[in-house]
Design a protein around this ligand. Structure first.
Ligand SMILES: NC(=O)c1ccc[n+]([C@@H]2O[C@H](COP(=O)([O-])OP(=O)(O)OC[C@H]3O[C@@H](n4cnc5c(N)ncnc54)[C@H](OP(=O)(O)O)[C@@H]3O)[C@@H](O)[C@H]2O)c1
Length: 265
């Protein structure tokens, strides 16, 4: 992978897929910028990945406070002079029926997964456009391709990302900016523990789906390989999940009957 001396900015770098993306980028010689809220966890990820103060930058940020990330972008450019890859990975999931979910929970999920995500992209974009070079990726989900029970807000936030990033890709083709959308299925991380219930509390338990999912390391390796190769869409899903994507696309009526009985936790 051609990552030596490249600057890779990863959000959600304190845990799960983001932490594994940091390790993978470090292994390939990248300069890595790590963002999330938990600074102590980011310090530990830097240590575990064998990064040094010279080739890493810990930049805590809260995606739900998304109004402006210009200061953070300035800090990165001051240290590494350019941003080659932005990987928008930070996010939260949901485990609640729509009928039992408060509107504030939808607002929080959209703030973190959608507005926080695109706000950072909008802040990074001008520097990439002026260099006519760069790659922006977002970690979506197969739930960004089809709606499933218990994920109404989560699916909506991931669908919204597809709309935004497909438009962004078309608009920036001539500026030589690559836009990749990654669609993982179940990955064994803390995502279900951190997922919001209808009242906004964390679920606090590991779902069966995640517990038997692929490792965060495998997900990160496949995601980064696809991003560096400049793929538009990267599916990292098991046969059942891939089948569901195809069923949804080509046989929506049949999909609607199947998904209402599917085990999604
Ligand atoms: N695991 C799966 O099965 C799966 C499947 C498909 C897609 N995904 C997607 O993969 C991405 C990573 O999830 P994961 O599975 O690695 O879950 P995770 O272990 O819960 O990690 C989530 C990451 O997002 C960060 N985050 C959450 N809220 C944030 C906020 N307000 N501001 C900044 N950062 C925030 C967390 O850091 P702090 O708490 O330190 O802020 C953490 O680093 C998410 O976008 C998720 O939707 C996961």
């Amino acid at each position: 992978m051609q990552l030596a001396q490249k600057t890779v900015w990863i959000t959600g770098a304190s845990s799960g897929i983001g932490k594994a993306l940091v390790a993978e980028a470090a292994r390939h010689g990248a300069n890595v910028v790590l963002s999330a809220r938990d600074k102590a966890a980011l310090v530990q990820v830097v240590k575990d990945s064998g990064l040094t103060p010279a080739n890493s930058l810990i930049l805590p940020l809260d995606l739900s406070r998304y109004k402006k990330f210009d200061a953070e972008v300035k800090t990165v450019l001051k240290k590494f002079s350019k941003i080659d890859f932005l990987i928008n990975n930070g996010g939260i999931s949901q485990r609640s029926l729509a009928a039992e979910t408060q509107i504030q929970v939808y607002e929080e999920i959209m703030a973190v997964n959608y507005f926080g995500n695109i706000s950072l992209t909008l802040a990074v974009l001008p520097s990439m456009r002026s260099r006519r070079s760069g790659s922006i990726a977002t970690i979506s989900s197969v739930a960004g391709k089809f709606g499933t029970p218990y994920r109404s807000g989560y699916s909506a936030s991931k669908f919204a990302l597809s709309g935004f990033y497909e438009a962004l890709r078309a608009e920036n083709f001539k500026e030589n900016i690559q836009v990749s959308i990654v669609y993982p299925g179940f990955v064994k991380t803390n995502v279900s523990l951190n997922a919001r219930t209808g009242s906004g509390k964390k679920q606090g338990t590991m779902d069966t789906g995640q517990s038997v999912g692929i490792s965060a390391e495998e997900c990160a390796q496949r995601a980064l390989a696809g991003i560096v190769r400049g793929k538009n869409e990267i599916y990292i899903a098991g046969p059942k999940e891939r089948f569901a994507v195809l069923l949804h696309r080509f046989f929506p009526g049949l999909f609607a009957r199947v998904i209402r009985k599917a085990k999604v936790t």
